[in-house]
Design a protein around this ligand. Sequence first.
Ligand SMILES: [Zn+2]
Length: 42
Amino acid sequence: MMNVIEFFKNIPKKKCHQCGHEMNEKADCYGNICDECDHPAR
Ligand SMILES: [Zn+2]
């Protein structure tokens, strides 16, 4: 499926849906929220 590969290639840097800050790849497991917004103390 070429379309799937192209789809992932075209994905821009992940951005937090909460604050819009760009996230690192490692934040993948947290979904679409960055560490700052995902912090339990906030
Ligand atoms: Zn955030």
